[in-house]
Write a new protein. Structure first.
Length: 170
């Protein structure tokens, strides 16, 4: 399976017109290193929002940062240089890789090594429990104030610990 994914990845990056020896299109990938950097940046944003009493938005960005770091781990484990940058580019990549294009943290966790999954759910059970129900639809909450400060603070702390743990796995 891994060999098929590696071959598919090579084809996903460049589709060549062999008769003319030219690149027809190139998929712009977000590298796993950039995914890590973005995750860290979104967590910093979450902290700033939290400090300014924007708890709903802070919690949303925490979940998003965990989504990004999980995708970075998946890319690294599959030997991918990154993930496609846009929805159109995702359509150009094989069906297996489409499983990465989800916002469901539980699904993303299921795509990484069983060892990391087990460690997450045992050693970091409390933090994972606090963050796993994150929903990207939170971004559509029209008004702030749905989430109380203690709940947002719990999510921030969980996110910080999980990001540190996942960063050490890449």
């Amino acid at each position: 399976m891994r060999e098929k994914l590696e071959k598919a990845h090579r084809w996903a990056i460049f589709i060549l017109n062999f008769s003319r020896k030219e690149v027809i299109f190139k998929i712009d990938m977000i590298s796993h290193n950039n995914l890590k950097k973005i995750a860290k940046a979104r967590f910093k944003d979450a902290n700033l929002l939290f400090q300014n009493n924007r708890y709903d938005s802070a919690a949303y960005l925490c979940g998003y940062s965990i989504e990004l770091i999980l995708k970075a781990i998946i890319c690294k484990e599959l030997g991918l240089k990154g993930i496609p940058n846009t929805s159109q580019e995702f359509e150009k990549v094989i069906e297996t890789l489409k499983r990465i294009k989800t916002h469901n943290l539980e699904t993303l966790l299921s795509l990484i090594s069983p060892t990391i999954q087990q460690e997450t759910k045992s050693s970091h059970f409390s933090e994972w429990s606090d963050i796993q129900n994150w929903d990207p639809e939170m971004r559509y909450v029209p008004l702030c104030g749905e989430l109380l400060k203690p709940e947002a603070e719990k999510i921030i702390k969980a996110c910080k610990k999980l990001l540190k743990f996942f960063n050490n796995k890449i």
